[in-house]
Write a protein that binds this ligand. Structure first.
Ligand SMILES: NC(=O)c1ccc[n+]([C@@H]2O[C@H](COP(=O)([O-])OP(=O)(O)OC[C@H]3O[C@@H](n4cnc5c(N)ncnc54)[C@H](O)[C@@H]3O)[C@@H](O)[C@H]2O)c1
Length: 270
């Protein structure tokens, strides 16, 4: 789908990958609604690109319904909805140590947000026989994020939901893409600004990631892997699970501090 004159909504659009997508989509002459929990920052992006901003907590279904309604009232209809908002907090200890609240928030933001958006958008998209649902999962949704089981589990669910959407609604004219990047240099990385400013091999900029999304949407590609090596890892994981787990166990040991705690900075400290 070419984005010229298309009506686009981006959640988590105030920063990182979402803001980069808003800017790039606006350059394609799309009409962009920038949505985020952080209205002030969303408004700044919207002002910059001539779009408009709406506050929305994507973990709240009535807020997502209201976002879709405001988009439809403003644009007439939504061509592309990018369900991109997300967060990461890691886990304090063992793989089940994150609190139930943290698990629930991961589930609400990384899975139900996509369900809520699809539920609000699909009836009209099916009626029109066209529409594009793009969601941001993660390479963690295809592989694993060491030190954050709740993130990993819910991003896997996000990929599975995108697959269900694509299989169920292909014949309705609905296109679906799911974005699965490895590391992208945004606030989510849980490292210092100083470390983020240094070169980090293998880490993409938000702009590079957004460019991959644009190309995938133009070509209507389901699985977006801005880091091509992720496809190789998927093959290794599928072909020999025990070997894969062994490799991940060895890698995890390199990321653990003396107190046994995961040190995210070590991922990028090469
Ligand atoms: N940066 C990476 O390395 C990376 C890798 C894989 C996947 N991702 C995914 O990319 C997406 C974007 O993250 P990012 O890297 O740009 O991080 P970011 O922190 O820069 O941006 C995330 C945005 O989502 C917003 N947000 C968080 N919770 C929200 C909620 N409940 N409702 C509405 N908005 C909310 C934040 O305010 C923020 O503006 C996330 O889904 C993340 O999981 C990021």
């Amino acid at each position: 789908m070419k984005l010229e004159n298309k009506n686009v909504v981006v959640t988590g659009g105030a920063g990182g990958i979402g803001a980069a997508m808003c800017r790039l989509f606006a350059q394609q002459v799309a009409n962009v609604l920038v949505s985020d929990l952080n209205l002030e920052a969303a408004q700044e992006v919207a002002n910059e690109i001539g779009g408009f901003a709406v506050q929305c907590d994507v973990s709240n279904e009535s807020a997502v319904q209201s976002l879709v309604k405001q988009a439809e009232d403003h644009f007439g209809h939504v061509d592309l909805f990018c369900s991109n908002a997300g967060f990461g907090v890691g886990e304090p200890g063992h793989a089940a140590s994150a609190s139930n609240d943290v698990w629930q928030k991961n589930w609400d933001v990384h899975v139900m947000a996509h369900v809520y958006a699809s539920r609000a958008l699909l009836p009209k998209m099916i009626e029109r026989g066209s529409g594009y649902l793009m969601s941001t999962a993660s390479a963690a949704g295809l592989l694993s994020q060491i030190g954050d089981a709740a993130y990993t589990v819910t991003k896997h669910a996000a990929v599975a939901f995108a697959e269900s959407l694509a299989i169920t609604h292909g014949d309705d004219g609905i296109k679906v893409s799911v974005l699965c990047p490895q590391y992208v240099n945004t606030n989510i990385l849980m490292i210092s600004d100083e470390q983020r400013a240094k070169p980090m091999p293998g880490v993409l900029s938000a702009e590079e990631c957004a460019q991959c999304v644009l190309e995938a949407i133009e070509n209507e590609v389901f699985l977006i892997t801005p880091h091509p090596e992720v496809r190789d890892y998927m093959m290794h994981r599928a072909s020999d699970s025990d070997r894969w787990i062994g490799g991940m166990q060895r890698y995890r040991k390199t990321l653990i501090d003396e107190d046994g705690k995961m040190n995210f900075a070590k991922i990028f400290d090469k």
